[in-house]
Design a protein around this ligand. Structure first.
Ligand code: AHR
Length: 612
C-alpha cells in the first residue's frame, strides 16, 4: 500500500461560502495538513464511458436564436399572444408600406397557419435575435422563402444594417401557387446588427422566411450554430438528455385537432417536431416564448450521434409538473402517448422498411440512431399518479423492446415526501434507473459528497439528470467538482450525471446559473463548464479507492434564511416556524407584527394582511 502525504495550500475554511462563516484574518492564514491514502492495488467500481453527459432543454432561448442556426426570428409569422402577452404575428418584423398577417384558407399548410400578405411596393424587415442578424465578412448565407404570387412578381431580398448593405441584393422571380425559392448571400462586411429585408413588386404571400449561415456545425442543412455545438462537443459528453425538463411535462397532452386549429401550449411531443420544417407547427414554449421545432427530434438524434453521445429522450407521462401539478385521466390519450413512445423507438432504431424507420430515412438517416435509454416523465409532484402511468409505458416498451432501459424519476427535490414515495415505488417495482434532480447551494454539495455511499446496490441505478449549485462563480464550480468525486466513487450506482441547464441567451434568461452563455455573435463558458469538461474528458475506467484524513470539517454556526414563494399563483402563509433537530426554535413569525425581517426578491408582490 502506498501512502502519500500532501500539504494542501488551503485554509480549513476555504471551501465554505456563507459570509457568516468567514474566519478571522489570523485563522485565514492557517494552513492545515491533510492525508490522502491511495491503494493502487485495490479496485473500486468501474466507471462507464457514458457516465457524464449533458442535459439540453429549450430554456433561455437555447434553441431558436441559440443552438438552432436559423437567423430569422418568427420566420413563419406564428408568434402569438398564447406564447407571450407581448407577441403578435409580426413580432421581430417591421413593414414599410402595407403588410398584414393572415390566417385563412390560403395558408401554406394546416400546421403553418399564418402567413404574411405584402402589398405591391412594400418591404418587410426582420430583426433577428439580440441586436440583430449576425453576418461575417466573406461567409455565405442561404436565404429561402415560401411565396404565393402572380407570375411576374419579383421579390428583392437585401441584407443590411444601419451603416448600409451587408451583401449584394438578390432577386427572386415568384410565380403562382405556394413554392419555395432560394438565394445565397456572401457578406461583404461583418455586423451584429443586420436586418433581412424583402420587397415585392406585386402583392405576395410570404411564409417561412429563412436565413441560415452556410457554415453550420458540420455543414448540415437545417443545422446548428457552430460555436455552440462545438462547445458542447468539446465536453465529450457520454449522453445527451433532451428535449427538457419542464418543457416536456407541462401543457396539454391532448391530440392535435385540425378542426379546432392547432392547439398551442402542448407538451413537447416528438411527432410534432419531425418532417419538413415548414410542416412543423410552432408552439408556445413553457419558458415564455415561441418554439419553432426547427430543432426537433431528428436533429437531436443527429447531434447526439455527431458528438458521440448516447441519445436519451424524455417523453411526457401525462402528469404535469413544474407548478401545474395535474394528472390527466384519459385512457385513450394515455394509450396514444404509449404508442407514440413505441413509435419513437421505431423512429430511432427501426429498419427503413418500418413506418417510422422510413420517416427517419426520408429525413436523411437510413441507419438507426441506436437508442438504448428513454425517460418517461420529469419531476412529477404526484408520485403515485405518475407511477401508475409510468408503469403502462414501461410495460409496453419492455414487451416490444426488452433491451431498452425505461428511466423513471423521483420528483423535483433531493429529499422529502415526494422523493421518498417515488423512490419506494420505483424500488418496489424493480425499476432499472431513477432520475434525481436538485438545485442547491454550494455548501450542500460539499456536505453531501457521501450522498450515494449508502445507496442500495441492489436497487435501481441513479441517473442524476439535473443538478447545479446555484451560481456560476468559481466557488460553485469547485463545490460541484468536489461533489462529482462522490458521484464517481459511487459509479456502481450513479450511472449517469448531467449539469443543468446547458445554454442561456444573455437576453432571455429564465433560469440561472447555466453552463454556456451566448448572444447573437459570441458564446462563453462558465467555470462550471470547465469542471464538467475536466471530468468528461478524463473519465477513468475504474475507481481507485482512497481515504482522506483530517479533511476540513464544516464547523461553526450554520446560518441562513428561510424563503416563502409561489410560482404562477398566490398563497397565504402563517405561523412560520423553523426548528433545529433538537427542537429549538430558530425562527418563528405569526405575522402579527410588521414583518420587517422579511425581504422581497424576484417578481410578484406580497403584503401582510390579517396576520398572514
Ligand atoms: O433545468 C431547468 C428546469 O429545472 C427543468 O426544466 C426542470 O426539470 C427543473 O425543474
Amino acid at each position: 500500500m502506498s501512502r502519500t502525504r500532501w500539504r494542501l495550500g488551503l485554509s480549513t475554511t476555504a471551501l465554505l461560502t456563507a459570509s457568516a462563516l468567514l474566519p478571522s484574518p489570523a485563522h485565514a492564514e492557517a494552513v492545515a495538513d491533510y492525508t490522502i491514502t491511495v491503494d493502487p492495488s485495490a479496485q473500486g467500481p468501474a466507471i462507464d464511458d457514458t457516465m457524464y453527459g449533458v442535459f439540453y432543454e429549450d430554456i433561455n432561448r437555447a434553441a431558436d436564436g441559440g443552438l438552432y442556426a436559423e437567423l430569422v426570428q418568427n420566420r413563419s409569422f406564428e408568434y402569438s399572444t398564447d406564447d407571450n402577452a407581448s407577441y403578435t404575428p409580426l413580432t421581430a418584423w417591421a413593414a414599410e408600406g402595407a403588410a398584414e398577417a393572415v390566417n385563412d384558407g390560403g395558408r401554406l399548410n394546416e400546421r403553418n397557419r399564418t402567413y404574411l400578405s405584402v402589398a405591391a411596393g412594400s418591404t418587410v424587415t426582420n430583426a433577428g435575435y439580440n441586436t440583430g442578424i449576425r453576418v461575417e465578412e466573406g461567409r455565405k448565407y442561404d436565404f429561402s422563402v415560401w411565396s404565393r404570387a402572380e407570375s411576374g412578381t419579383t421579390l428583392t431580398v437585401a441584407l443590411r444594417d444601419a451603416a448600409g448593405t451587408l451583401a449584394k441584393v438578390r432577386e427572386v422571380a415568384a410565380k403562382g401557387k405556394w413554392r419555395k425559392y432560394t438565394a445565397t448571400f456572401t457578406a461583404t462586411r461583418t455586423s451584429n446588427r443586420g436586418r433581412l429585408a424583402v420587397t415585392t413588386t406585386a402583392p405576395a404571400a410570404l411564409d417561412m422566411v429563412s436565413l441560415f449561415p452556410r457554415d453550420t456545425y458540420r455543414h448540415q442543412p437545417n443545422g446548428l450554430r457552430k460555436d455552440l455545438a462545438e462547445k458542447i462537443e468539446a465536453l465529450r459528453p457520454g449522453f445527451l438528455r433532451f428535449p427538457g425538463g419542464c418543457l416536456v411535462n407541462t401543457g396539454s397532452m391532448a391530440d392535435y385537432s385540425a378542426d379546432s386549429g392547432w392547439q398551442r401550449k402542448r407538451s413537447y411531443q416528438w411527432k410534432d417536431t419531425v418532417g419538413p420544417v415548414e410542416e412543423r407547427a410552432t408552439n408556445a414554449n413553457f419558458w415564455g416564448y415561441n418554439q419553432s421545432y426547427g430543432l426537433g427530434y431528428y436533429e437531436y438524434f443527429r447531434f447526439a450521434e455527431d458528438i458521440g453521445a448516447m441519445p436519451l429522450p424524455v417523453v411526457p407521462a401525462l402528469v404535469t409538473g413544474c407548478g401545474q401539478n395535474r394528472a390527466v385521466d384519459d385512457d385513450a390519450l394515455l394509450k396514444r402517448h404509449v404508442q407514440d413512445t413505441l413509435d419513437l423507438i421505431e423512429f430511432a432504431n427501426g429498419p427503413r422498411t418500418s413506418e417510422w424507420g422510413a420517416k427517419r430515412a426520408e429525413m436523411g438517416h437510413p441507419e438507426p440512431f441506436h437508442l438504448t435509454h428513454l425517460e418517461v416523465g420529469n419531476e412529477e409532484n404526484l408520485p403515485k399518479e405518475f407511477f401508475a402511468r409510468f408503469e403502462r409505458f414501461r410495460a409496453a416498451v419492455e414487451a416490444e423492446y426488452p433491451d431498452i432501459t425505461v428511466v423513471s424519476n423521483s420528483g423535483p427535490d433531493d429529499s422529502g415526501a415526494t422523493f421518498d414515495t417515488a423512490w419506494q415505488l420505483n424500488r418496489d417495482a424493480g425499476v432499472a434507473m431513477v432520475d434525481e434532480h436538485y438545485y442547491n447551494g454550494p455548501q450542500w454539495f460539499l456536505q453531501n459528497n457521501d450522498r450515494y455511499d449508502s445507496y442500495d446496490r441492489n436497487g435501481p441505478e441513479v441517473f442524476l439528470g439535473e443538478y447545479a449549485s446555484q451560481g456560476n462563480a468559481w466557488k460553485n464550480a469547485l463545490a460541484e467538482a468536489a461533489f462529482m468525486t462522490g458521484l464517481e466513487r459511487n459509479a456502481d450506482v450513479v450511472k449517469l450525471a448531467s449539469y443543468a441547464p446547458l445554454l442561456a441567451n444573455e437576453d432571455s434568461v429564465q433560469w440561472r446559473p447555466d453552463l454556456v452563455w451566448f448572444n447573437n455573435h459570441a458564446s462563453w463558458n462558465s467555470a462550471n463548464y470547465e469542471v464538467q469538461k475536466l471530468f468528461m474528458n478524463n473519465t477513468g475506467d475504474r475507481v481507485v479507492p482512497s481515504k482522506a484524513s483530517g479533511t476540513p470539517a464544516v464547523s461553526g454556526p450554520v446560518t441562513g434564511a428561510v424563503g416563502l414563494s409561489t410560482w404562477a399563483t398566490s398563497a397565504a402563509y402563517d405561523d412560520v416556524r423553523v426548528t433545529s433537530a433538537d427542537g429549538k426554535t430558530l425562527l418563528s413569525d405569526d405575522f402579527s407584527g410588521d414583518a420587517s425581517r422579511w425581504t422581497h426578491s424576484g417578481g410578484g408582490s406580497w403584503t401582510v394582511q390579517d396576520g398572514q
